[in-house]
Design a protein around this ligand. Structure first.
Ligand SMILES: Nc1ncnc2c1ncn2[C@@H]1O[C@H](COP(=O)(O)OP(=O)(O)OP(=O)(O)O)[C@@H](O)[C@H]1O
Ligand SMILES: [Mg+2]
Length: 463
């Protein structure tokens, strides 16, 4: 598989986002290349969704799609949810390269030097639709974390009709230029987009991503060892062991590989058995840290009850939503069980599995949940939550008695619930990565998912 040459290798040291050593997802990339050609040839449009649990590689894949579009002569921009209805916001994003400049505001002010100032002061009267029609050049708009569209504090009811209309126009090729809106998000993005009622938007426009194939995971690890870490000698044993330990989950593959590469760099590329042990230990620590972070919005008793239920299924196995809800309802009652199920979905702890039911999208996390929370190893969970929330802006959570359902707080009044990943414009207009550098999960009153899910006898997220 090709290497992403435009990606700065330095970005590879982070656990999220683009990578210099991208492998796999060839079906999706081939499909996307066909879409680029079709849309270009017909002058039509398309809305696409890539969804998957945290760390499955959505953002990295978007970056590869962007590279593909750029090489085919598309203009491409990362947009935000508000730019679907705020023309000034979209103009700001698309105007960065000098195109799509605001003729309206420059004419009114007439001075190049204060153009930016003017653009901020004089709200253009144009609409997003009109702005998109200003050029006929093929265009790719990329919208990551699209599940926030289901958040009523972000997409307010008064903007919903506009957004639906725009998405309809794009998807039905009625903008008047070749255009693709490529979105990515957690599984809840499916439901969120569904609420917008885009016609003809169905399964063929969506792709779920999860683990890498063993072969692709090996290729990623090999690149990190050889190209980045300058490993000397035969890397097969290291590659095989690291691939197995990582559970071929993209984020874990990445973090084990980065540890390995750093280790090799500091030892002139020499591979030793002790070195490998050290890397495995560090990788495991990171893997567990990641699981704990995924669970940071939950109380230990909630996870214990989920884990108890999960014992019924083997890692990777599918379970029925009514069944898991029945089991949670016995403990928490109807409303809290439904709320818990929704939050597990929102956080990507559980995910819909191809319309058949639900699963824990990371096999090794399933095993870890069962081992940790049904075998008395969960000590430290609440301390970990507290540590995650212990920053100057968020006071520590009140203590919770473990295993006592009566101690479950109303989560909507929980300050921790106001943190997270979902919105680009939470925290007073800041992008979440600035406002929340740790990348913890926030969600502000996300629409309940299970109202529709529970009412459907099969509990399937169907279009
Ligand atoms: N196909 C791949 N090949 C190599 N590395 C990958 C691949 N997919 C993902 N990665 C790496 O794994 C890590 C996690 O990927 P990424 O941040 O894209 O996941 P995500 O699904 O967007 O996660 P989140 O939901 O937390 O935003 C990143 O460092 C990324 O570079
Ligand atoms: Mg991402």
């Amino acid at each position: 598989m090709k290497q992403s040459v435009t990606c700065d290798p330095r970005t590879g040291s982070h656990d999220r986002g683009p990578t210099p050593y991208f492998h796999g997802r060839s079906d999706i990339l081939a499909g996307f290349a066909r879409t680029l050609s079709d849309v270009r040839a017909t002058g039509g449009g398309m809305v696409r969704l890539i969804y998957g649990a945290p760390g499955s590689g959505k953002t990295a894949l978007l970056h590869e799609c962007k590279n593909a579009a750029d090489s085919k002569g598309f203009d491409s921009f990362y947009i935000t949810v508000p730019s679907l209805w705020e023309a000034d916001n979209l103009r700001e994003i698309m105007g960065q390269d000098g195109e799509y400049s605001s003729s309206e505001s420059t004419h009114q002010v007439g001075l190049k030097g204060i153009y930016t100032w003017a653009r901020k002061r004089v709200r253009s009267k144009t609409s997003v639709k009109r702005l998109l029609r200003e050029s006929s050049k093929p265009l790719l708009l990329i919208l990551d974390e699209v599940q926030s569209i289901g958040n009523k504090d972000i997409l307010r009811p008064q903007h919903k009709a506009k957004v639906t209309e725009l998405l309809e126009l794009i998807h039905n090729g009625k903008i008047g230029r070749p255009i693709i809106l490529l979105t990515a998000g957690l599984g809840s993005a499916l439901t969120a987009l569904k609420t917008l009622d885009i016609s003809r938007f169905g399964e063929k426009n969506t792709s779920e991503i999860g683990s890498l194939s063993m072969e692709d995971a090996r290729a990623v690890i090999r690149d990190w060892l050889v190209r980045d870490g300058m490993a000397r000698g035969d890397t097969s044993e290291w590659v095989n062991i690291i691939a197995k330990e990582s559970g071929v989950w993209p984020r874990h593959v990445h973090s084990y590989s980065v540890h390995a590469s750093k280790h090799l760099k500091s030892r002139d590329g020499v591979m030793t058995a002790e070195g490998l042990q050290e890397i495995i230990a560090k990788g495991k620590e990171g893997r567990i840290g990641y699981y704990m972070e995924r669970l940071s919005d939950f109380y230990v008793d909630e996870i214990k009850h989920l884990a108890k239920y999960l014992r019924k299924t083997s890692a990777g196995g599918v379970f029925d939503c009514l069944d898991v809800l029945k089991s949670l309802t016995k403990i928490y009652g109807d409303k809290k069980a439904t709320d818990l199920f929704d939050r597990l979905l929102e956080e990507g702890v559980i995910a819909a599995k191809g319309g058949d039911g639900y699963h824990i999208p990371i096999d090794s996390m399933h095993t870890w949940l069962v081992d940790t929370y049904t075998k008395g190893k969960s000590k430290g969970h609440d301390a970990h939550r507290k540590a995650l929330y212990d920053d100057p802006t968020q006071k520590a959570l009140p203590p919770v008695k473990k295993d006592d359902p009566s101690q479950i707080k109303e989560k909507d009044s929980d300050p921790a619930r106001k943190r997270g990943r979902d919105g680009h414009y939470l925290h007073g207009g800041k992008h979440h990565s600035e406002a929340n550098p740790k990348g913890h999960n926030n969600h502000l009153s996300i629409q309940p998912l299970t109202q529709s899910v529970v009412n459907t006898p099969t509990c399937k997220l169907k279009w």
